[in-house]
Design a protein around this ligand. Structure first.
Ligand code: PLP
Length: 286
């Protein structure tokens, strides 16, 4: 079955989906985006993702391309046309098309692109866990805004792949982990506390991170929001990452050091199961 994309009001074959060369998303990464996971025909945390889109747009003073309710219909229609039952829906809003000039154009209409892609159904089983490497965080100072300016993360992820790892944890000048290239970073201490960096301008406030905090509270697990170093993470009882596409994924190796037993720990295992249970409570639409 061929894929379909939504581009500025039209559903078009994916292979023909195009934006103008002077789109400011292309020229300046003057664009924001969201990715929502789809599990068994349900959007995971749809409203918080739309709230974060609203915040990103406001930070950059880009108008909504269409109303929020209309966008929700477009997301559903794109998922439906692509027959995605498990996968993800990606949507991007750029400031629009204008003659290349750094300053904002006076009159411009924001561009909206939506795509959807199927993935294998998610399993609550954590599998063997994944390895991460650490890299210096070379990104700009407003990574709390979910812009398409993702080169720092792309370079980190590429390095991870070349070294056989799944993700790269980015590290600030003080040696403290900020976050993964496309995920938030967590550890579990010997005392059983879950530790993750507090939100600020230096990390993206992950939607999955927020939901996992609630799931942890329901399980009566203590969550402490503070930065942690690479050495502390390597010596931790467990480490894991969260994102809309990886859910809760256990980390068993950081650079050359094995974390805990080298197998997914109990906390990551339980959080993955309970997170998937919590998000499956939403109404299916497909
Ligand atoms: N941090 C970064 C840099 C990301 O790109 C992402 C997701 O793409 C996340 C964290 C996780 O955010 P979410 O849980 O909303 O997917």
């Amino acid at each position: 079955m061929s894929r379909v994309a939504y581009v500025n009001g039209r559903y078009v074959p994916h292979r023909d989906a195009q934006v103008h060369v002077e789109d400011r998303g292309y020229q300046f990464a003057d664009a924001v985006y969201e990715v929502i996971g789809v599990v068994e025909g349900r959007f995971l945390d749809e409203e918080p993702h739309l709230d974060r889109l609203d915040r990103s747009l406001k930070e950059l003073r880009i108008a909504w391309p269409i109303a929020r309710a209309a966008l929700k219909l477009v997301l559903r229609e794109t998922v439906r046309r692509n027959r995605v039952r498990n996968g993800l829906v990606y949507f991007q809003v750029s400031r629009g098309v204008a003659r290349r000039d750094f300053g904002f154009p006076k009159r411009v209409r924001p561009s909206l692109v939506v795509t959807a892609r199927a993935t294998p159904p998610v399993s609550p089983d954590p599998g063997p866990g994944v390895a991460v490497i650490t890299v210096p965080d070379i990104r700009w100072k407003r990574v709390d805004i979910k812009t398409t300016g993702l080169l720092g993360g792309a370079l980190g992820k590429q390095k991870a792949r070349e070294q056989g790892a799944y993700e790269a944890w980015q590290v600030d000048d003080a040696g403290l982990v900020t976050e993964g290239t496309s995920s938030n970073a967590w550890i579990v201490t010997a005392a059983g506390e879950l530790v993750t960096r507090p939100t600020g301008n230096d990390i993206l406030a992950g939607i999955t991170r927020e939901t996992v905090k609630k799931v942890a509270a329901d399980l009566q697990l203590a969550v402490v929001e503070r930065p942690f170093s690479v050495a502390e993470a390597q010596a931790a009882r467990e480490a894991f990452m969260t994102s809309a596409t990886s859910f809760v994924t256990a980390i068993v190796k950081i650079d050359d050091k094995t974390v805990g037993t080298g197998k997914p720990g109990d906390v990551a295992r339980r959080l993955r199961v309970e997170y998937l249970r919590a998000v499956s409570a939403a109404e299916p639409f497909a």
